[in-house]
Design a protein around this ligand. Structure first.
Ligand code: UT7
Length: 325
């Protein structure tokens, strides 16, 4: 188990429809481009079209990741979808993605940790790969969170967007891994006392309906800044990495002010932080793999780069991940 690392060998992403500007939202809700930019850094977001499900976005991102890894769907034996907005209450969105991809082997399931879901997906996939229970995994963060938005609630509807990001992880033995690439470690925690500060006010065993996203923004903000910094420091200390050794901070994209706070706490140069929140808004579980893929596509992130991820979301669930890309 010690000799095997989970190496990212392909990335992909998908954004549905056309960008929706802040001004467009201001036509129907009492807000302004200036307020949204000043408080969040968000300029636009994408909303899935009617009939476009989370599995559609996830499948497109996964197809691109497979293509970039030079793999066929059946080369994959584990599919994990991190989502808070699945097509159906059950079965898992991942099984629908499995079918849409044309994958007929292995295991597909969802993980639920909302905005921290991608980190949980990475952690679970890594365990499967390192235990020899799978050889190649697709980890997909995908959301049509717009379906959970109350478009009359200006405190939440301007913050979120839809999208998907995917990575292919391959179990790689040390002898085939001279750069020592791969996932180094994930730190995740939850505290259910904060369930109510970020939740959907519905569900099968509560209201029988899907519900809408409700958030006490300021409370979440305060937890985000302290908990993310603590987790990042825990991870860096555990693996004896100092912030200046990091090539990239690729954080969850909820608010440019939270990202800036983290950058300062880690004392990292602005040029080492990947920020996509202006274009994508908060895409929940999709935000990190989306940002990663954009950074790979643009040539910023390269093989061998040392990356720190961090994320916090409903639960609360939060954490960080360290990897050599
Ligand atoms: O991904 C999961 C993690 N989520 C997060 O990390 C989100 C964390 N929270 C945040 O990012 C910020 O708290 C928000 C962006 C949600 C809000 O920013 P804020 O600086 O904390 O603003 P606030 O909630 O203190 O609101 C300030 C004012 C209020 O008016 P009053 O009471 O001062 O008169 C709000 O009613 O801004 C008002 N407001 C708005 N005004 C225009 C709230 N939303 C809007 C809006 N447009 N969309």
């Amino acid at each position: 188990m010690q000799d095997i690392k989970s190496v990212i060998i392909g990335t992909g992403s998908y954004l549905p429809g056309t960008p929706v500007s802040n001004d467009k939202l201001a036509e129907t809700v009492d807000t302004s481009h200036e307020w949204i930019v000043e408080r969040t850094g968000i300029h636009q977001r994408y909303f899935a079209k009617k009939g476009q499900g989370t599995s559609d976005l996830a499948t497109k991102a996964a197809q691109e990741a497979l293509e970039n890894a030079n793999l066929q769907p059946n080369d994959i034996d584990l599919i994990i979808v991190a989502t808070a907005s699945p097509d159906n209450t059950f079965p898992a969105c991942a099984t629908r993605v499995q079918h849409k991809l044309g994958n007929t082997k292995g295991l597909a399931f969802d993980v639920a940790a909302v905005c921290a879901g991608y980190l949980l997906g990475l952690n679970v996939a890594d365990s499967f790969l390192r235990l020899g229970k799978a050889k190649r995994a697709l980890v997909i963060g995908a959301e049509t969170i717009s379906n959970l938005l109350d478009m009359e609630d200006r405190t939440t509807c301007v913050l979120f967007g839809d999208g998907a990001g995917a990575v292919v992880l391959e179990a790689t033995e040390a002898k085939d891994n001279p750069q020592n690439r791969g996932l180094i470690g994930v730190d995740l925690e939850s505290d259910g006392r904060y369930f109510d500060i970020l939740h959907a006010d519905g569900g099968p065993s509560s209201t029988g309906s899907v519900g809408k996203l409700r958030m006490t923004g300021q409370e979440v903000f305060k937890h985000a800044v302290t908990k993310l910094a603590k987790s990042a420091k825990t991870t860096l200390k555990k693996y004896k990495v100092s912030p200046d050794e990091l090539d990239w901070l690729i954080p969850h994209q909820a608010n440019a002010r939270i990202i800036e706070g983290m950058r300062r706490k880690l004392d990292m140069d602005e040029s080492k932080v990947i920020v996509t929140v202006a274009q994508h808004a908060n895409t929940s579980a999709a935000s990190i793999p989306l940002a990663l893929h954009e950074a790979v596509k643009s040539g910023k992130v390269k093989e061998g780069d040392l990356i720190l991820h961090e994320a916090i979301g409903g639960g609360l669930v939060w954490g960080s991940a360290l990897l050599r890309f």
